[in-house]
Design a protein around this ligand. Structure first.
Ligand code: TYD
Length: 138
């Protein structure tokens, strides 16, 4: 099972120029998976919360492409909070981590790079079911 300590903040490359900066993310270079999907959350009201689920198999890199938010991580035993506020830092998340994205700044954009296509069957949306599963071996 994954641990919240398997989640890591990755510093992404930065190509800076007076006309603006650029950050590339490549499969198997900055992230340990092949990119299957990219999506982004935007027009999020300030202070709003997203997430509230875990994934059976999906791995993700989560980036505050603009603004900031906090990610609450929970592996069913331990919890951690990671603050994201720069487009050149990404939070790598393995599968089987419950997450909530909270405290969105107004105008914040959350960019997600994912290892699999969207599949509702990959989600745990019930926290009690998630905890029962991860603690099942105990
Ligand atoms: P969800 O993953 O619950 O969003 P969040 O974690 O940001 O709160 O997805 C919200 C809705 O969007 C849900 O109905 C599923 C749909 N969705 C897609 O159709 N494709 C996707 O790639 C994603 C991530 C979500």
């Amino acid at each position: 099972m994954s641990s919240v300590y398997d989640c890591s903040v990755v510093e992404l490359p930065r190509i800076n120029s007076p006309s603006g900066n650029l950050t590339p993310v490549c499969s198997r270079l900055q992230i340990p998976f092949d990119i299957a999907r990219v999506y982004y959350l935007y027009d999020i009201p300030g202070g709003e919360t997203r997430g509230g689920h875990a994934h059976r198999d999906l791995q993700q890199l989560i980036v505050a492409a603009s603004g900031s938010f906090d990610v609450l991580l929970d592996d069913g035993i331990n919890k951690r909070v990671v603050h994201l506020n720069r487009p050149y830092f990404g939070l790598y998340m393995p599968n089987m981590i419950w997450r909530e994205l909270i405290n969105f700044s107004s105008g914040g954009i959350c960019l997600v790079i994912a290892s699999r296509p969207y599949d509702e069957a990959d989600y745990y949306r019930d926290y009690a079911e998630f905890v029962t599963t991860v603690r099942g071996g105990q």
